[in-house]
Design a protein around this ligand. Structure first.
Ligand SMILES: [Mg+2]
Length: 322
């Protein structure tokens, strides 16, 4: 059977491009370009917790990297490097071939280079640390929202959560509709180009990984502000809009796994933001504004508070320790 070093050599070693030293030594060596800073993020995906054990390994390779690149996108950083720590119950070469194919397809599309990592025998889990470059002084941070800012969302929300419901047999969809939402769950596209375009235009940003409510709250908490969000403006896909309103709200507000960006910006920048969205081919929707208080208020189409409705539905964002 293949040992650890043969496995790394066969599936995870490529000649270094931008890195000064890549896979194969005790450490990799990298340097940011001049007047750039480095942004660093780590995510772990665990079998049975974050993905089904039977998931297509090629799609898993894509998603494992996509979730980290989404964090870089939320800062406005350009992906450059990543490391991979892989825990495997056994060496399955077919699985490794497909996993590495999905991983490198996405990495190559963003010119993001694997520079090191670790493999070990154990329950299946994947940890990726991604490193991006940011041009000073522009960075999108959670603590930069200001009262009066518009709140924007990229793409549509809730599709991944709807796919999960179908997989868990809590909902049914026609085959083509399921294929669409399953793709959103299994192969999210990190909004890297959008994040970069927003750098000079937006104040605060976050990627929506745990549901809009929970992730927007992170911006509000860190910025010391409140927000009003208009429920009827939350962007949903055609597939989602065929679902009962309650399902739409649950999936779009608290579903998780969207990997869209939520960001805030001055109303004066609306035209430029819309132009930036068109430029990178991503739908952008204004869903509310930042207010002076500390509350997150959800409003229905009559401007009435929808808080009670949402509490009745027991809405919370995904909490990893719940
Ligand atoms: Mg994030």
């Amino acid at each position: 059977m293949m040992n650890e070093f043969e496995l790394i050599e066969k599936y995870f070693t490529r000649s270094p491009r931008r890195a000064k030293l890549g896979v194969g030594d005790d450490c990799a060596i990298i340097a940011p370009a001049s007047d750039m800073e480095l942004a660093v993020t780590t995510d772990t995906l665990i079998s049975g917790r974050h993905f089904f054990p039977f998931v297509d390994p090629r799609k898993l390779g894509h998603k494992a990297l996509a979730v980290s690149l989404s964090d870089l996108a939320a800062m406005g950083a350009t992906p450059r490097y990543f490391t991979l720590a892989l825990s495997l119950p056994k060496v399955d070469e077919d699985w490794l071939q497909e996993f590495s194919r999905g991983l490198f397809n996405l990495a190559d599309s963003f010119h993001c280079e694997l520079i090191g990592g670790d493999t070990t025998c154990g329950p299946l889990s994947i940890t990726i640390t991604a490193i991006g470059e940011l041009r000073k002084p522009f960075v999108l941070r959670r603590d930069a929202a200001r009262a009066g800012d518009d709140i924007w969302i990229s793409g549509t929300l809730g599709d991944a959560a709807l796919a999960l419901r179908v997989l868990n047999k809590q909902a049914k969809l026609p085959e083509a509709s399921f294929a669409y939402v399953a793709d959103r769950l299994e192969q999210p596209l990190p909004r890297v180009a959008l994040g970069a375009a927003l750098r000079p235009l937006a104040h605060a940003a976050i990627d929506i990984s745990d549901g809009l409510i929970g992730d927007l709250k992170h911006i509000l908490d860190r910025s010391g502000v409140g927000a009003e969000v208009w429920l009827e403006c939350i962007p949903v896909s055609e597939v989602m809009s065929s679902q009962p309103l309650e399902v739409q709200y649950e999936c779009a507000l608290a579903g998780g796994d969207d990997y869209e960006l939520c960001f805030t910006a001055r109303p004066n920048n609306r035209n430029e933001i819309e132009a930036a969205g068109k430029e990178v081919g991503v739908r952008l929707t204004r869903v509310g504004h930042i207010s002076g208080g500390e509350e997150l208020r959800l409003l229905d189409k009559n401007g009435q508070s929808a808080q009670q409705l949402l509490q009745q539905m027991g809405l919370q964002s995904y909490d990893h320790f719940a």
